[in-house]
Design a protein around this ligand. Structure first.
Ligand SMILES: O=P(O)(O)OC[C@H]1O[C@H](O)[C@H](O)[C@@H](O)[C@@H]1O
Length: 533
């Protein structure tokens, strides 16, 4: 394997690819990708060009500090929030990220220090429904509290987007991003820097870290981006196309979630692609490739501080894309689930969404979908799904739930940290990943919906068709209207789940939806059923 990676890197160097990529050559991915690539390579120079933003960002930060706005909320999906999440977690500064349509999770943010809240509305396209909904909800909440939204909303978007126009009309602070950078490559652009700086992270150091590796990107030797991209691309071509991302020993917090979007959306298309697997222990399957961030054992190790990591992984993804023969800058299948969601909402009008009849009900969990083998209960359903995963395939769990709800679980006042952690784990739907992973030698992934729709969702629909899908939705206790729209967040969330389910079943993939009629009891029941064999 190491030999194949080195050979691929040598060949790429002999063809002059590193120099061409570093100088922004848009022809590297073939004629059909050229037009898109021509407007998508700006990320290569962000360590230098983003410095122009620093005075503007510093002004914004000083103004927010002067007004004591210390609760920073970021509304943004995919590339518009994943990088700030890692940057702030690594810098250990608080940032509330809204990349959900879960009413409970949005209400938690809304009810937290509104009088000291500043909201960054970040959307490259300016048309993303989740972000648009969050903006509407916060505008209303500020007005209801007698606060002028123009004093509290900062917009980050591309020049010319509908959101820019709206922000101008509304008198919002606007920071424009470099339009020649795609969403998932935008970590070092205004999308990564503005919310992170407001939250208190040192973004100049981040740019410095990236600038340190920048000169290496044109090199044929000693180029970490070339080596990583050649290793990922050569491994995938040889059938090792499940990329396990390990960061347990790293000082960088949460980078695998950002890498997941970059790799899954960039490579998962035309029936090809590399599946990132986050949070899993290596299972020894023949198609696994283990990449370690910082220190630890794996097939690949990527060293360096966060700013450098961003640039190296972006460059590596562009290189892997060339080796795989795909366009690493488009996301052709993401729109499909969005279109399904819009159609479902429009067709239902004010009536109920077409959820269908449950196949079975097991306590607080309803099971929707078609399955072979006549399952009698939830335990049977999970066993059948695991058995359906093909030899080269994977199981994807997709939870359209509140990802912070587990922390609401009551714990005894004198509980130790370990006891608290056990209580959270027992209430966390994400625990299902590990419980099912021990029952199969195939990778099991976990994504929060709709967040993953802007990440691995592309791979699920555009990559190799060997996934098996387990959706989880939940009853809504308290819903949130979206001002100016005919739907609530809860309705949008369910329509998103159904829209994606339709896209998956339409491809003939096995997919079921588990609906928790009582969320807390349903998660406990589900985790219990997953333990039974
Ligand atoms: O920044 P936005 O235009 O709102 O886009 C947010 C996300 O939306 C889409 O789903 C794309 O597939 C992602 O790559 C992007 O990061």
């Amino acid at each position: 394997m190491a030999g194949k990676a080195a050979e691929a890197a040598r060949e790429l160097a002999a063809e002059g690819v590193p120099q061409a990529l570093a100088s922004g050559d848009s022809t590297l991915w073939g004629p059909s990708a050229e037009a898109e690539a021509a407007i998508r390579l700006g990320w290569l120079n962000l360590p230098l060009t983003s410095r122009e933003l620093i005075p503007e960002i510093t002004n914004l930060v000083e103004k927010a500090q002067a007004e004591h706005l210390d609760h920073v909320v970021l509304a943004g999906m995919g590339g518009s929030s994943l990088a700030p999440e890692v940057i702030t977690a690594t810098a250990d500064v608080p940032l509330t990220v809204l990349d959900t349509t879960d009413p409970g999770q949005v209400l938690r943010a809304l009810r937290d220090r509104l009088e000291r809240t500043i909201v960054v509305v970040a959307s490259k396209s300016g048309g993303t429904v989740e972000t648009d909904s969050h903006r509407r909800i916060y505008e209303q909440a500020f007005r209801d509290a007698g606060i002028d939204p123009a004093d509290r909303i900062v917009v980050v978007t591309d020049p010319g987007s509908p959101l820019e126009q709206l922000a101008i009309d509304s008198g919002y602070n606007i920071i424009l991003a470099d339009p020649n950078v795609g969403g998932r490559y935008s970590a070092l652009s205004a999308f990564g820097l503005v919310p992170s700086a407001l939250a208190g992270a040192d973004v100049v150091s981040l740019l410095d870290e990236a600038a340190d590796v920048h000169p290496l990107l044109g090199e044929g030797e000693g180029n970490p981006g070339l080596e990583l991209g050649a290793a990922i691309g050569a491994a995938a071509l040889a059938g090792r196309d499940k990329l396990l991302l390990e960061d347990a020993l790293s000082e960088i917090n949460g980078l695998p979630d950002w890498i997941e979007q970059l790799i899954a959306e960039s490579t998962g298309k035309q029936g090809l692609g590399v599946l990132p697997v986050v949070g899993a222990d290596p299972g020894g399957a023949g198609d696994e490739l283990v990449a370690v961030i910082g220190t630890g054992d794996g097939d690949l190790r990527v060293e360096g501080p966060l700013g450098a990591q961003f640039l190296i992984w972006e460059y590596a993804t562009a290189i892997a894309g060339r080796l795989l023969g795909i366009d690493p800058f488009d996301q052709p299948n993401v729109a499909e689930s969005k279109a399904n969601t819009n159609e479902l909402l429009a067709a239902a009008g004010e009536g109920p969404l077409p959820v269908g009849q449950p196949l079975l009900t097991d306590g607080p969990v309803e099971v929707y979908g078609e399955l072979p083998g006549n399952p009698k209960d939830l335990s049977d359903v999970l066993t059948i799904l695991l058995n359906q995963v093909p030899g080269e395939g994977y199981l994807a769990i997709m939870a359209y739930l509140d990802r912070l709800a587990a922390f609401d679980i009551p714990v005894a006042e004198d509980a130790s940290f370990d006891e608290m952690a056990d209580a959270w784990t027992a209430a966390d739907p994400a625990t299902l990943r590990a419980l099912l992973a021990v029952r199969t030698d195939r990778p099991v992934t976990f994504g929060w919906g709709p967040r993953f729709l802007h990440s691995t969702g592309q791979y699920h629909k555009g990559g190799p068709q060997n996934g098996v899908f387990l959706q989880i939705t939940g009853a809504v206790a308290e819903d949130v209207p979206v001002p100016g729209k005919p739907y609530t967040l809860g309705r949008l969330q369910l329509a998103q789940a159904l829209g994606d389910l339709g896209a998956l079943t339409g491809r003939g993939r096995p997919a079921v939806r588990l609906h928790l009629t009582d969320r807390v009891a349903g998660i406990a029941h589900l985790l219990h059923a997953a333990r039974e064999v």
